[in-house]
Design a protein around this ligand. Structure first.
Ligand code: NAD
Length: 285
């Protein structure tokens, strides 16, 4: 049986006629859990949610005093409720507890962003086995544990948005990043599968595939690539990092917030199981 979309922008359910329709940028009353949000892209998305009235559970590693400063500053500047949960993304039971914490502390769970990630750059024959396991756990398996815990809550609420932070490396490879590329390709496969399973539940699951964004994970890579390839840091930046990105510009966290806000809005209801390349043209090549 066909169902008329409750939140489409056309026909009888046009914008303005459906009381529950929310346009892009209205996140009041919604709760987001964002893994790896003490830094970089995750923190930028947390700021984007809070600035639009949504409550946030922050997560990630770092100095506890600094994390608390970030949490308190975000809460004061936005007026939203901001909490922190210190789940280690290598531990399934802690990840499930983080999702339960959102519901328990903030009353709901509307948006799950599986964003935490690490990188290690090394030739495959020298790749440390513990680094492989850690990257697969943080960059891939954590999305499974969080999604597994979130779906029952979202189903009970009748709506949900799951965003997995993949990468251009979820679609194409680069040498010396075997674990990261394998994990990110896995994230895209996982995204598609979840999307199919929850398609009738008003829940969507999509992946964002950024090109290079200037965050701490990239700053570390510049140093690692310089070591692995025997290049200067300046050469790595121009000839390696932005060599793949036709715009020769880093993607900004604001640009990622733009696609994120679309995907979590009601206008994003038909985007499901998709991977959105925000990479300056990298994967068009
Ligand atoms: P980042 O290093 O600034 O942030 C990573 C976050 O993950 C931090 O908050 C860190 O504390 C957290 N984290 C790491 N290990 C964790 C663990 N065991 N438990 C809990 N949290 C942990 O990096 P970023 O650039 O903001 O990366 C965010 C995501 O975006 C990652 O998945 C990354 O692969 C992806 N990505 C980044 C780029 C880029 O160029 N920066 C490009 C494509 C995709």
């Amino acid at each position: 049986m066909f169902q008329r979309s409750k939140s489409s922008n056309g026909g009888a359910a046009a914008h303005g006629e459906t009381p529950e329709f929310r346009d892009i940028g209205d996140l009041k009353g919604q709760v987001a859990v964002i893994s790896g949000s003490t830094s970089g892209i995750g923190l930028a998305l947390a700021r984007a949610v809070a600035a639009r009235g949504g409550d946030v559970v922050l997560n990630g590693l770092g100095d506890p005093a600094e994390i608390e400063r970030t949490r308190a500053e975000l809460e004061a500047s936005s007026g939203a409720r901001i909490r922190y949960h210190g789940a280690d993304m290598t531990r399934g039971e802690e990840i499930a507890d983080m999702v339960a914490f959102a519901k328990h502390e903030l009353g709901r769970l509307d948006i799950l962003v599986n964003n935490a990630g690490i990188q290690h750059v090394e030739a495959v024959e020298k790749f440390p086995t513990d680094k492989w396991e850690q990257i697969i756990a943080i960059n891939l398996s954590s999305a499974f544990y969080a999604t597994r815990a979130a779906i029952p809550i979202m189903k009970a609420q009748g709506r949900g948005r799951i965003i997995n932070m993949a990468s251009a490396h979820g679609l194409v490879a680069s040498p010396f990043k075997s674990a990261y590329v394998a994990a990110k390709h896995g994230v895209i496969g996982f995204t598609k599968t979840v999307a199919l399973e929850v398609a009738r539940d008003n829940i969507t699951c999509n992946a964002i595939c950024p090109g290079f964004v200037e965050t701490p994970i990239v700053e570390k890579q510049i140093a690692d690539q310089a070591r692995t390839r025997g290049l200067t840091k300046e050469q790595v930046l121009t000839d390696v990092i932005l060599a793949a990105q036709p715009t020769k510009q880093f993607v900004t966290t604001d640009q990622l917030a733009g696609i994120f806000l679309y995907l979590v809005s009601d206008l994003g209801a038909s985007a499901n199981g998709a991977s959105f390349s925000i990479d300056g043209g990298w994967t068009a090549q």
